[in-house]
Design a protein around this ligand. Structure first.
Ligand code: WT7
Length: 696
């Protein structure tokens, strides 16, 4: 009578073994029961953990999951009713969707007609329920010696309201867009919440993006103002952010998008005001204006389907896409996923190492945790500065209970040795999380055994900018984990694995990961380009949302993500389009042609490997390599810099002119015996030439 065999679980093939039965078999005596038990590559939760968890066992999950699929309207209405709505959504039609391109235009709506405000639900609602004096944000600066600071929910509301009033005074209205280009200062989540409070649509641009990337985003979304700071410290470096903004704003105005206001936070620990370049007609110091505004600001009530934010992300072709998330569904979904996937309790202290410039920071630094009334640590710096023990120093300092990070960081800390971890207590930790790329089993084990002392379940959360929140994720305590598997779908999510022809496969299989039917956190469109939304995500396999990822389902129904199947490269969990890097390389006057592939990298997961053909008459040189890499840094940002430039007298192309990336990938990863059939190339000699130049 296996719990997994529960007949209600019609989507998930039951496993052949009963993990819970073997668990009791291997269970250590109660006195020793501190750790999870590992058996047959299954990691069983500590029974004490399970007992206190929101979802204590697989049976409970199966029951909730079944209901979420059979009665999505009721299921999600119940989740939504935890929040404040001025006006309830349309009860007759909690959601409406068409995900089938053959039946007309793609549309997804949740909680249409419901009137709410996400900032109100993050702050005012938690204050009204008696949590005003609870810490909302703990801020930890780059320098361990730097003073840290904290804001209670009451204080955060005051700060957000002041900025919201300032924005209103400067003509920012519901539906207007605002670009936020800030590092991880308290002012970043404050700015997001202030926009949300007045119904403005924020677009956060990661502070590691270059001036050109920022300019491109400014031109695309035409913000009323840009919010930034003069400079910040990352590790040993000082980055003059304002210089980058100046260059982006002058570039955008030359291209017809003039932004007349640049609100600049003076981050004087990095750079003095006097040393900051200034344009008086446009630039305003945050500290000169925002603190003078009232701490009372009425919220702008918005429809559940009004846009909350835009976030640009890379695709396999063309320029970055402005992913649009709306208010109601995103709110309900990020809150629910946060609560269940981290087994969040009010006594938790939560730290996510992601930057708010990425979706992880939107959903799981800001909105998801604050909607739950959580205490969140916001860290300004790099996780291994001044040494690889910094994370655990912070964990001990704030008594962090839930720690959420990326596999690339786990691998890099693993390389630095256990002593940096074990010299700290880490007793407060109870749940760990991973996101951004598949976590390899050895990194998983190290994270589990060394960081978590074999006590803490790991939530390996698979999701995307587009999905708004977790899609496939463990619920800690509810079932045994398999290192490297994101395990099972979250409530309301129906993953399907399809073959090349788009045929859904059953049971144990591998193929392309799609999702059928919508979930509340789904993105609704691409800003200004609904057609691109439909062709990119809904045309490859009609009837489904296509994720771009490959995936395997094992005999027990566990999902294993295997990486992107399109031309998107995942470097340290950062998503980079090959086309963007190629266009940055080709913009170099000495580059005739370029082709970029991703290859495996020990710490970063993948790294960028570029094949470059210089223009006629230009020789190969180290100097040219450097200046090509620089071209990518200035066009996109340092995180997209190619690891290697490989000289290419020519590129392997088919007779129709298409670059055969498959061949390039093999050459780049030195798998020369796996080149495959190259006879269809226009010029098969190119391959030998490339191999000969491998180490030049
Ligand atoms: C891509 C989405 C959403 C979080 C940050 C990245 C990969 C993300 C996992 C995971 C395997 C993962 C996928 C996905 N990815 N999390 N737990 N296991 N792969 O967001 O920039 O939109 O990138 O990241 O390839 O498609 P993103």
């Amino acid at each position: 009578n296996s719990i997994f065999n529960s007949s209600s679980l019609f989507f998930i093939r039951p496993p052949t073994t009963d993990p819970f039965r073997s668990q009791s078999h291997h269970l250590p005596p109660k006195a020793k029961a501190a750790a999870a038990v590992i058996s047959d590559n299954l990691v069983f939760p500590d029974p004490d953990f399970s007992q206190q968890a929101h979802v204590p066992n697989f049976h409970k999950y199966a029951e909730m999951y079944k209901r979420s699929i059979e009665e999505p309207a009721e299921f999600w209405s119940e989740m939504a009713s935890e929040f404040h709505w001025n006006n309830k959504w349309d009860q007759e039609q909690v959601y409406s969707e068409n995900l089938d391109i053959t039946k007309g235009s793609i549309h997804i709506q949740w909680f249409k007609g419901g009137i709410t405000n996400i900032c109100y639900n993050c702050l005012d609602r938690n204050i009204e329920s008696g949590n005003g004096e609870k810490i909302a944000l703990h801020w930890e600066g780059n320098e361990p010696s730097h003073h840290s600071s904290s804001l209670t929910y009451n204080q955060l509301l005051d700060r957000v309201s002041q900025l919201a009033n300032y924005l209103k005074q400067n003509g920012v209205k519901k539906g207007d867009s605002v670009i936020i280009y800030l590092p991880m200062l308290m002012e970043l989540p404050i700015s997001m919440l202030a926009c949300a409070r007045i119904g403005a649509v924020h677009s956060v641009v990661f502070a590691g993006f270059s001036a050109e990337s920022l300019e491109q985003r400014i031109i695309d979304c035409k913000p009323k103002l840009v919010i930034t700071c003069n400079a910040f410290k990352r590790g040993h470096k000082v980055i003059n952010l304002k210089d980058i903004v100046d260059s982006a704003l002058s570039g955008s105005s030359q291209n017809g998008t003039y932004v007349g206001l640049c609100l600049t936070y003076a981050n004087e620990s990095a750079l003095k005001r006097e040393a900051t370049k200034w344009q008086t007609e446009r630039d305003v110091w945050w500290q000169d204006v925002v603190p003078n505004c009232s701490t009372k600001c009425d919220v702008e009530w918005v429809d559940g389907e009004d846009p909350l934010f835009l976030l640009y992300t890379s695709g396999s072709t063309g320029k970055p896409k402005g992913v649009v998330h709306t208010t109601g569904g995103y709110m309900v979904y990020t809150a629910a996923t946060f609560k269940y996937a981290f087994d969040y309790k009010p006594s938790d202290v939560y730290w996510c190492t992601a930057d708010c410039g990425w979706i992880t920071g939107h959903s799981y630094v800001a909105y998801g945790p604050l909607l739950n009334g959580a205490t969140v640590v916001v860290y300004e710096g790099v996780p291994n500065y001044p040494d690889p023990g910094r994370c655990w120093d912070i964990v001990d300092k704030y008594k962090v209970t839930i720690f959420y990070t990326a596999p690339t960081l786990v691998r890099s800390l693993m390389r630095d040795g256990d002593e940096y971890v074990t010299r700290y207590s880490r007793q407060s930790l109870r749940v760990l999380g991973s996101v951004g790329e598949p976590i390899n089993p050895s990194a998983w084990r190290w994270f589990f055994d060394v960081v978590g002392n074999s006590r803490c379940p790991i939530s390996d959360t698979w999701w995307q900018t587009e999905t708004g929140g977790f899609m496939i994720t463990p619920l800690p305590g509810a079932w045994p984990q398999k290192p490297g598997s994101a395990t099972f779908p979250f409530f309301g999510v129906q993953p399907v694995i399809v073959d090349e022809k788009g045929k859904e496969m059953e049971g144990e299989c591998s193929g392309y990961l799609c999702v059928k039917t919508s979930w509340p956190g789904a993105f609704r469109t691409l800003f200004g380009d609904h057609e691109r939304y439909e062709t990119t995500y809904f045309s490859a396999f009609p009837g489904y949302y296509f994720s771009g990822d490959g995936c395997r389902r094992d005999k027990d129904g566990y999902y294993w993500l295997t990486g992107r199947v399109d031309d998107v490269i995942n470097v340290s969990g950062h998503r980079i389009g090959t086309a963007e890097v190629e266009s940055a390389l080709v913009s170099h006057p000495k580059c005739a042609e370029a082709a970029v592939v991703g290859i495996e990298h020990e710490v970063k997961g993948q790294c960028i490997y570029a094949f470059v053909t210089p223009v006629e008459g230009v020789g190969y040189s180290e100097e040219l390599k450097k200046s090509l890499v620089l071209s990518v840094r200035t066009n996109i940002g340092a995180f997209a810099a190619p690891e290697k430039i490989h000289w290419a007298p020519g590129l392997p192309k088919t007779r129709s002119g298409k670059i055969m990336r498959r061949v390039l990938r093999k050459i780049a990863s030195r798998q020369l015996d796996e080149l495959g059939d190259t006879s269809t190339l226009a010029d098969p000699n190119v391959v030998d030439q490339l191999i000969a130049l491998s180490d030049s």
